[in-house]
Design a protein around this ligand. Structure first.
Ligand SMILES: Cc1ncc(C[n+]2csc(CCOP(=O)(O)OP(=O)(O)O)c2C)c(N)n1
Ligand code: SF4
Length: 298
């Protein structure tokens, strides 16, 4: 499905939500729903998205939706997909699972792995704000090295003893050989919407992992969400990629990676880091990028 940007403006399906200003998660879901449209049934577990959109009996989503248990997002969506098929709903209906990084890479990983292995007909969108934000910024398996959280406060806990390398969800999912997977960022909205559109056309288990900056948990001015997300990609701490037909491609390769320092110094969660620790993050970035280019670059 090609994205017709002129038609998108009147397709708001997320209204009146109570996120913090500048919430990247809200942008991710809003853009996804613009592409998927009204024929969507969404599910989400305990997370910022649920807490800010759907407190019974209210919901800010103008599509059918269900709030489910933390470990059960993918299995709930799998059940919805089977029900849609049993009811004979047309193939245009998307079963959309929306989860934070904690609910995806940690607590919901078993259900997601099962859905991926069975190739259940769901579109799973993980908005990654890099911590368990809804309960007060606890470290998740997707929290980057060096970030201060309430469970890895600034100091030894944040720089290695408890906080090591983040899990790579894209690697985990592509190892399941699902029909479609991608990484994206709210700071590259066209890339994100095109990936949602591509995923909509594919049947089976599709997973999109979206970088969604969080001004509250990361400590930056809410007006800068898009700028911060862009900086992450420009300095190589996030990347835009796609997986289909057992092939991986990088959608955007910066000509020269910007120094990580500007990105790191833009956020309070990293403000305790000394220059040598920032240099270590830069080394990690280089190792990871080299690995990425070897494996993924066309
Ligand atoms: C089994 C279970 N454990 C813990 C909780 C408490 N809890 C609710 S939301 C949340 C944080 C969710 O983090 P994440 O999935 O990263 O989404 P975010 O809040 O960052 O949007 C936690 C720990 C819960 N509801 N259920
Ligand atoms: S804490 Fe972060 S993810 Fe949660 S609603 Fe606020 S900005 Fe969004």
């Amino acid at each position: 499905m090609a994205v017709n940007y002129k038609d998108l403006s009147d397709q708001e399906l997320l209204y009146g939500a109570k996120m913090c200003q500048g919430c990247g998660a809200a942008v991710a879901v809003r853009l996804a729903l613009k592409i998927l449209g009204e024929k969507t049934c969404a599910a989400y577990p305990a997370c910022c998205f649920a807490a800010t959109t759907s407190v019974y009996p209210q919901s800010a989503l103008f599509v059918n939706n269900a709030v489910t248990a933390f470990p059960a997002l993918a299995s709930t969506a799998s059940g919805m997909a089977v029900a849609a098929e049993a009811l004979g709903w047309d193939e245009d209906v998307t079963i959309l699972a929306i989860g934070g990084d904690g609910g995806t890479v940690d607590i919901g990983i078993q259900a997601l792995s099962g859905a991926a292995e069975r190739n259940d007909n769901i579109l799973y969108l993980c908005y990654d704000n890099e911590a368990y934000m809804n309960t007060g910024v606890q470290r998740s398996g997707s929290t980057p090295y060096g970030a201060s959280t309430t469970t890895t406060p600034a100091g030894p806990c944040s720089i290695g003893e408890k906080n090591t390398f983040r899990k790579n969800l894209f690697d985990i999912i592509t190892a399941h050989r699902v029909p479609y997977a991608a990484t994206a960022s709210v700071s590259y909205p066209r890339d994100l919407m095109e990936k949602i559109a591509r995923a909509k056309d594919v049947r089976g288990c599709r997973v999109i992992h979206v970088s969604a900056p969080c001004p509250t948990g990361w400590g930056f001015d809410p007006a800068k969400t898009i700028e911060i997300g862009r900086m992450a990609v420009e300095c190589g701490l996030w990347y835009l990629a796609e997986y289909e037909n057992d092939q991986i491609k990088l959608n955007y390769v910066p000509k020269v990676l910007k120094p990580v320092g500007e990105y790191i110094r833009s956020q309070k969660r990293f403000k305790h880091l000394k220059d040598e620790e920032v240099a270590r993050i830069s080394e990690i970035r280089d190792e990871e990028w080299e690995r990425l280019m070897k494996r993924y670059a066309e």
